[in-house]
Each structure stands twice: as C-alpha cells, then as structure tokens.
Design a protein around this ligand. Structure first.
Ligand code: PEP
Ligand code: MG
Length: 756
C-alpha cells in the first residue's frame, strides 16, 4: 500500500472500529466484529487479538480467520512463539515467512499452518503490554513501515477496551494489598543532596485518553492548535512566576519552551490526526513512538530530552482532556515526596512548595534539567532506582536520603525518629551557621583562612552577599553551558559572566574555562565514545585541538570584566606547555580587545588547576609562569589512586586523608609559598570540615567549596589552632597507615574543634 492510501484506509478503518465500539452487543461480540473489520480492511485473511492474563499468559480472545474453537483455548506464555515474543519485547514484528522464524510455535488447534506472512504489534497501555494484535496472510507478503504504523494505531485504539476490565475480570488485577508490606531500602544515585521525609505521591505519567477516533479531523486540528497555544501561555506564566527571572532554571525552562515549539514534534502530531485520531490520541501516539525510539538510544542527553518531550506531551494532554486538580491528589496536611519514572523541570515546579520534601525517580541523571532545578530549590533527589513505580505505593511513607543515595521505604518508627532527629539537628546547626555568617574565618591563633564558594548555578552565588565569603574560588563555566541547546555566542557568554561579576560585587571570581568531556557532556559538543573519558579528550586538551571555542570564551570574559579584575583558570593542565598555550590565547584576545575602544579589565590573572599528577613534577617551572594555582582534588585523587571518582564501588576504597596525599599537598603549599604563588584548593574535600582541618594543618590558607559547606567549615576554623594542628598533622604524615581519618577525628574531639 502507498503511504497516502494507507492513511485513507486507516481513517476509514478507525471510523468503522469506532462505530463497532459504540454499537450493540457485549464486549466479546464487538471484539469479534472488530477483528473482522481489521482483517478485511487491511487485506489480510486473519486478524487475531490476544489479551494478557494473570501469570503472564497471552490468550486468544478473538479471531477472524483462525478456528473459532481456538478462542480462549490458545494460550502462549509471554516470550513463547511469535506472539509471545512481540509481547516480551513490546515491539512490532513483521515477517513474510513466519513459519521459518526460529521463534515460531505451531498450535494445531488454530489451523494457522496455511498462513505465511505475519505482522503483529503489542497493545500498550501506560507503558505495559496488555495484549497483541496480529494479522496473517496466505501469501508471503512484505509489510511496509506505514502498514506497521497503521496496525500500531489500531492497537492503541483497542488498548482502552482491552484494559477496561470488561475482558479480564478485576480479580486478575487484584493487588496484594491485604499482605503486610515490609520496609525496604532502595539504592539509587544522588542527583541532588539532602534528605527529606514524606508520604509518596505517585507522579502518574499517563493520562487516560478515552476518545481516540475523531469525528471531524478539522475540529481535532483546531483543538490541537488551541491546546498548544494555551500550553505556551502557561509556560510563559511559569517562566515569569516563581521568581525565576535571570536564574539558572529560567534558562532551563526557556530551553524547554523551545522544545514545545519544535515544529517536527507538532508536525508528527498533526500527521497522526490526519490518520483519523483525535488530538489527544495523536499526542499519545507520537509520544509512544518517541519512547520506543529512545529505548534504543543509549545517549544520556537524548534520553533527558525525551523526558522533556514526555513532560510536554502530558502537559498538552492536560489541556486537551482537562487537567486533574493536582491539589486534590496531594495528601492533605502531609509532607510528601514525589515518585515518578521521570519528571520534567516544569512539573517539578508544579509540585514545589514547602510540603514537597523530596523526589524519587526511576530515571534521571545529575545533568538532567530536573536535577539542576531541584538542586537550586534545595530538594533532595534520588534517581536511577529500578522499577520504582512498581515498588512504591501511593501513600507509602518514605525517607529520601540522597546523601547516601538511598530511599527508605515504609521505615520503622525507630528509623523515622532517627531521621527526624537529624533533621531537627540540621535545622539547629543551620541556624548556628547563619550566626557565623558575618564573622571572620579566623583560627584561635589569629590565622585568617580565605573561604570561597564553588559556583555554576545562579543560586550558588547567593552567599556572596555574606561578608564571611571572600569570593568565587571556582566558577565552573560548563554548568550553564549544559542547559543551552547550542554553544552560546560570545555575547550570550558575556552577559552571563557579567551577571556573575555583578552579583559578586567586586569580590574576586575565578572563572574556569570550559571543562567539558569526561562526565560533562554538552549536547552540541562532539564527544567520541572513549573507553576512558575522564582521561580522554576533555578540558584543555579539547581547547588545544579546537582553540576557537576557548578564544571565544576568553573574549567574552575579557569583555564582561570591563573595569574589573579578571581571574581565568585553565583545567586539566598536564604539562606546562599546555598552560603556556592557553595563556598565549589569552594574550591574543587581550591584544584584540586593545584594538577595540572598549574598556579593558582592571587586571588579568591566569591560573592553572592542579589535577593531573604529572604536573606535580613540573612545579618549579609552573610557579614561574602562573599567577595562581588551585588544586582540584576530585580529579587529582582519582588519577593518583587510579580510582574512578564516579565509581560507586571505589568511593570508599582510598582515603584522601592519607599520609601520602597530605605529604604531597604540603609540598605543593611550600613550593607555592616559596614561589610567591597564591594557592587554593577547590576539590570536594575543602568543604568537609575534617578534611579542611587537615588541609589547614599542611599549610593551605585558601579553600573553595560548595556554598552549604561554608558554615560548617567556618565553625571548624574558628575553633582550631593552626600551630597545634600543624604539629599533629606533620606527625601523621609519617605514620604507616592508609588512612589517618580516625586520628584526625580523635584530635578534633580532644581539642574541642567543631566538626559538623
Ligand atoms: C576537581 O577536579 O577537584 C575540581 C574541582 O574540578 P571538577 O570537580 O569540576 O572536575
Ligand atoms: Mg576537575
């Protein structure tokens, strides 16, 4: 069949199915008429409908062409035979010669031996296979993609009927509610830190679409147009509301709105309407197809974009079939945790409010837009929990413990009390840290430690208003780049950096140039499939090969820092030559800037990150060429110990609080002091009070950390004495043990040093 012809046949066929569905007779009788209509209109000798029953069995419920005596007798396990394979894989199958397929199982009671070709599609509802629809022909027919799609559309229309409860008794759907369900611990990945307690609210993705076949296609096109326009209006309102203007998640929502305007997506929906579906059925169909495509894609970025599309499809459906009142579904007067397969950033904002205590997702990654927004809002998120929707019931009490990447489901009263206590402790400590805000980070013996924040999100810049923070020790420029759909222009970058400098109000900001590659993938950035991306083509190595991108970034930084001090830092320097190269590009851009009549920066300082062990052996040369150095212990430790920083298994294996690491850091601090080069440390360890205490013990005086760590680290500093500490840490660098963590903790305890 030609494409146009298929569409026409499909439209007529859908109209006929609609008439049968709305007509006389019981469900079984109507099913029989439906399979007959499908067989005739699709030019097949057989059309059969199998329904999934308890025990994962597919039962023949209606057939036109096979023996009627086989109805309700022929049963295949999911995975058994071709029909079972379609159900197991939830994918269509089209074969010109079905009997020669290795999975073919001959069922004599059906009389199907004379049919050669077979095309079958899963009947899906809410992402679950509820049955299989198949046609067969005597001749060896090759089915076109359009025909497969047509049968899928029909299967979608039938899904509602199959899952209505009229075909399969409700007892088969009975859940194990009567059985007492024990507590459970679910492991996942930490996407946004913190912990929270609440009852589960299941984020249902799939709205029930009841009207599937259109009466008037033109009316459906108009309904779609209006729904799209209403949705855009609502997204605009959402962008303006929530106080998001200028913040990181405003960018996220903006990108999301761009997807909503994607003509490709809307055109596919319009085409589905042309086949005879209602607007809502068309949205659902296109969404199902996109899901099926994405199931075959391993690229995490694409998966995230699909989540956004899914979010939009649900939103569009709400406009088409009427929104449920979400407040009705939220547990009254309870703190709650949203549990879902995935969630879009706008949907998170729909739920957000003081009673939302956490988010639990089956999918998601730290780069997902929803995770970025959740971090800004301080909502803990645990993602990548298998089968989460099947394991958590609505109303289940749970603890989202993102700090330990786990969810405690139906926790015992004792466990809840422990978390409630630590939650109260946390609140109390936060209040104490707030009081420290305006106090200096000075030790008991009067040594001033410079405390800075690591930033990348707008919200990270908030502490700069406090007098207790000296500046931004590390601004990860790649973070904002992650939410753009394409590489931002020089002007867009200039505005972004200018905004950061404005918020910093003359406090120094160290801009680190793009550190992409490794685990930081930008959608528009070419990244090969390297076996070991953390050690691959990333950061300065990319700039070496593609200097234009770095030059543009440096140009934007120079322009943004007009009349201000500019600090630029280059990541992943492994050889002094790489730093010299980067500095040369900076000089070239400064020269270019001088050629314009724009205001130059007040001063320009160029620094390097010390993250690659090879650089440790070039310190003599390095200190002569850099204006400052910053130790990135996250990467440095992973390369020193050859221990992947992202590996779950390796995370506890080696301790940075070891004599070897501390000796090494002490040497770097001494070398920098001799060379008069300012030294900072901006790895995660700087933000952990015990680790920071050891760092001060080996001579570091400048630390940069995630904003929430500033309070606890400052409390530690104000209760420590550097001279006593240095002596003790010096002794620890000589001991023969892999970790000196316990010794440091005992020392802090004995000397009254505050550790959170
Ligand atoms: C580091 O490696 O320690 C560092 C601060 O950089 P990032 O975590 O961004 O790799
Ligand atoms: Mg690093």
């Amino acid at each position: 069949m030609q494409f146009g012809q298929t569409v026409l046949v499909l439209r007529q066929l859908l109209a006929r199915i609609r008439d049968v569905m709305a007509g006389e007779g019981d469900t079984q009788a109507r099913l029989e008429r439906i399979v007959q209509v499908i067989a005739v209109d699709m030019g097949a000798q057989v059309c059969s409908l199998y329904v999934r029953r308890a025990g994962d069995v597919l039962e023949l419920f209606a057939t036109h062409g096979l023996r009627q005596s086989a109805v309700h007798r022929t049963r295949l396990a999911v995975g058994q035979g071709l029909i079972g394979e379609i159900a197991a894989k939830a994918k269509p199958l089209a074969l010109a010669d079905a009997q020669s397929h290795p999975s073919f199982v001959y069922r004599p009671e059906t009389g199907e031996e004379i049919y050669h070709s077979l095309m079958g599609v899963p009947i899906l509802r809410g992402g679950r296979v509820v049955g299989v629809l198949a046609i067969q022909s005597i001749d060896r027919r090759r089915y076109s993609d359009e025909e497969i799609e047509a049968l899928q559309t029909i299967a979608m229309v039938l899904a509602e009927m199959v899952a209505s409860g009229n075909l399969v008794g409700p007892e088969e759907l009975a859940s194990s509610e009567a059985i007492a369900v024990p507590p459970m611990r679910l492991e996942g990945a930490r996407l946004s830190p913190g912990f929270g307690l609440g009852v589960a609210v299941l984020h249902k993705h799939h709205q029930v679409v009841r009207r599937l076949v259109a009466e008037d296609t033109a009316v459906e096109h108009e309904r779609l147009r209006k729904a799209v326009s209403d949705m855009h209006g609502q997204l605009d309102v959402m962008l303006r509301a929530n106080g998001l203007a200028g913040s990181e998640h405003a960018d996220v929502l903006e990108a999301y709105r761009m997807i909503a305007e994607d003509v490709g997506w809307l055109r596919r929906i319009a085409e589905a309407i042309n086949t005879g579906l209602t607007a809502e059925a068309a949205v659902q169909k296109v969404n199902t197809e996109i899901h099926a495509q994405i199931a075959r894609v391993s690229d995490s970025y694409l998966r995230e974009r699909i989540q956004d599309l899914d979010d939009l499809a649900q939103r569009l459906l709400q406009h088409l079939v009427g929104a449920e009142d979400r407040a009705q579904r939220l547990p009254p007067e309870h703190d709650f945790v949203v549990v879902g397969r995935s969630l879009g950033p706008a949907q998170l904002l729909d739920y957000s409010g003081s009673r939302l205590k956490g988010l639990v997702l089956q999918e998601g990654s730290a780069n997902a837009h929803v995770a970025i927004v959740a971090r800004s809002l301080g909502i803990p998120v645990v993602g990548q929990i298998e089968d989460v929707m099947a394991r958590i019931e609505s109303g289940d009490p749970l603890i989202v413990d993102a700090d330990h990447a786990q969810v405690l489901l139906r926790p015992s009263a004792a466990l809840r009390r422990i978390y409630e206590r630590s939650s109260a402790d946390r609140a109390r400590r936060r209040a104490e840290y707030t009081q420290l805000r305006d106090l200096e980070a000075t030790t008991r013996d009067g040594v001033r430690i410079s405390l800075n924040v690591n930033a990348g999100l707008a919200v990270d810049l908030q502490p700069l208003g406090d007098s207790g923070v000296d500046g931004v020790g590390l601004y990860r420029t790649e973070v904002p780049f992650m939410v753009y759909e394409q590489l931002p222009t020089v002007e867009v970058q200039r505005q972004l950096y200018r905004h950061v400098l404005d918020v910093a109000k003359a406090k120094p900001v160290v801009f680190r140039t793009l550190d992409v590659g490794g685990d930081k993938i930008l959608p528009y950035w070419p990244h090969g499939n390297e076996e070991n991306p953390a050690m691959g083509w990333r950061a300065i190595r990319v700039s070496w090969d593609r200097p234009a991108v770095l030059r543009q970034q440096l140009r934007a930084l120079i322009q943004a820092a007009a009349g201000e001090h500019l600090h630029v830092m280059f990541p992943m320097i492994a050889e002094v030559a790489e730093f010299r190269f980067a500095r040369r590009l900076l000089d070239l851009e400064l020269e270019r800037h001088r050629g314009t009549n724009q205001l130059p920066p007040l001063s320009v300082r160029a620094g390097a990150m010390l993250e690659v062990p090879a650089l440790l052996f070039q310190l003599d040369e390095l200190v002569q060429v850099v204006d400052f150095l910053s130790i990135g212990t996250n990467d440095l430790a992973q390369f020193l110990f050859a221990s992947d920083r992202a590996s779950h298994r390796m995370s506890e294996r080696y301790d940075v609080l070891s004599p070897a690491v501390l000796r090494l850091l002490r040497q770097v601090a001494e070398r920098c002091r001799e060379g008069n080069v300012p030294l900072s440390l901006c790895g995660e360890m700087a933000g952990r009070p015990l680790d920071a205490m050891a760092l001060i013990g080996v001579g570091l005086r400048q630390l940069s950390m995630a904003p929430p760590c500033v309070g606890p680290v400052k409390a530690m500093i104000r209760s420590a004495d550097t001279a006593v500490l240095a002596d003790f840490v010096s002794h620890l660098t000589t001991v023969r043990q892999a970790s000196i963590r316990a010794d440091l903790r005992a020392f802090a305890h004995d000397h009254g040093i505050a550790l959170a």
